[in-house]
Design a protein around this ligand. Sequence first.
Ligand SMILES: Nc1ncnc2c1ncn2[C@@H]1O[C@H](COP(=O)(O)OP(=O)(O)OP(=O)(O)O)[C@@H](O)[C@H]1O
Ligand SMILES: Nc1ncnc2c1ncn2[C@@H]1O[C@H](COP(=O)(O)OP(=O)(O)OP(=O)(O)O)[C@@H](O)[C@H]1O
Ligand SMILES: [Mg+2]
Ligand SMILES: [Mg+2]
Lengths: 256, 256
Amino acid sequence: GSRVIAIANQKGGVGKTTSAVNLAACLAVLEHSVLLVDCDPQGNATSGLGVDRDAVPRTLDEVLLREAPLLDAVRPTALPALKVVPSSPNLNGIEVELLPAEDRAFRLREALAPLRGGYEYIFLDCPPSLGILTVNALTAADSVLVPVQCEYFALEGLGQLLRTIELVRLELNPALELEGAILTMYDGRTRLAQEVIRQVRGHFRERVFRTVVPRNVRLSEAPSFGKPVILHDIKSPGAAAYLALAREFLRRSPRA
Amino acid sequence: GSRVIAIANQKGGVGKTTSAVNLAACLAVLEHSVLLVDCDPQGNATSGLGVDRDAVPRTLDEVLLREAPLLDAVRPTALPALKVVPSSPNLNGIEVELLPAEDRAFRLREALAPLRGGYEYIFLDCPPSLGILTVNALTAADSVLVPVQCEYFALEGLGQLLRTIELVRLELNPALELEGAILTMYDGRTRLAQEVIRQVRGHFRERVFRTVVPRNVRLSEAPSFGKPVILHDIKSPGAAAYLALAREFLRRSPRA
Ligand SMILES: Nc1ncnc2c1ncn2[C@@H]1O[C@H](COP(=O)(O)OP(=O)(O)OP(=O)(O)O)[C@@H](O)[C@H]1O
Ligand SMILES: Nc1ncnc2c1ncn2[C@@H]1O[C@H](COP(=O)(O)OP(=O)(O)OP(=O)(O)O)[C@@H](O)[C@H]1O
Ligand SMILES: [Mg+2]
Ligand SMILES: [Mg+2]
């Protein structure tokens, strides 16, 4: 089997895609087989791995509408052990299209079922909202990874996110667990960051990953080359952080 | 009358709320009467102005569902010329609740109509999505202000946003114009930022504001005190940038 992990936080710009792409890539470099599913209409995880979504046979919206099996949407990346399922702007309209379907929350879970044996880890990159796409990812997942930016506004939404996770656990996916919180874009020079870290540890307690991802320009440059940071600049603090995070994840995360 | 301006970009974390709060506050300091409507279930604009949304009589969701007039939701802020309409987490479910209503895209426009004479400027802070809340804001607005973070991923979504604005103009609000793009979180030390600025000027041409907002920790600290940056640290580069932006906005923006 596989472990399916949703990467979610409705606050925008907190490092969901950067964490999804780089954690998946680092696990692949450490020779674990990984699939990354881009559940965000923006498609940043798709382009961050160098895939041109205008040149692929199938995208996630077609899979959720049952027009194609997920297998047909899987694309290779520069790393042999890492595959990606591209998103498309059509995902913007999926909430309205799926509304009449009783099983609208289960479409991704259903689509992933036949692939679960083929990968050790399947990551689901979520958009910045608590709509049907994030609900689908939470319903399909075994656990949720929450990137938290070391900023004040990022704290505000945590309560809402934890309530949504609880609701999904009660009504749609009783097995859903909290994998943990990752502190991102940490800038040690500011008092604010220290204060935010203190509060996040209050919310998540021992479920906060020890590895803290620093703010590092190499992380924001890498996607412009369509590469994860370990292929863009392996000596950078950003690459070191995500390699350390991948190792910590492996230690903490029970294999399927 | 008033000018109604939506502040929108589906990319998360690009400075929509920071621009909404600080541009509105600077205009209020320059003695223009301003209303800021928080259309985002996260409620960052509400707390960024020191309003406790658990302690207010009415929130925007109730207005959009026609349970209360917008006037009943208006709250004062620390600046006499600036008022705010708080959001609530209930906005997360509004897309599904409004779906049966033919006029679901016009609810905010309808709610704002009676207030338009009372303020010179009305700003609408949008969530990071192209769903019903952003569509409501674009349908209610005279123009759209687009904050663009000086980062690679921020470029990717611009095409989708401009197409959505065009669609709203064709089908819902023929008067909708592009107010312009604001470059945010600029860090002059990186090559990436220069490249992004070059591309944004290609997309928006003369509609890019000359004022560029630098990355400045005072801007991210201010909301933790519930204040716009001009009340938190008026001598900071962040305060100077938004004051300059407010003056440029006044020069460029025709009065109603
Ligand atoms: N540690 C970091 N250091 C520097 N830049 C970073 C870091 N992590 C992410 N970034 C940059 O910050 C921006 C936001 O990150 P990212 O797009 O991964 O967030 P997100 O949560 O996926 O956003 P959205 O909510 O839009 O999906 C991006 O431009 C990214 O390149
Ligand atoms: N110029 C700046 N310098 C430093 N920090 C900034 C700046 N502008 C915004 N920030 C911080 O960056 C984060 C993202 O900004 P903000 O929340 O305003 O973006 P947003 O587009 O409204 O996000 P969302 O998509 O979640 O609504 C916040 O923590 C904010 O305090
Ligand atoms: Mg993302
Ligand atoms: Mg915001």
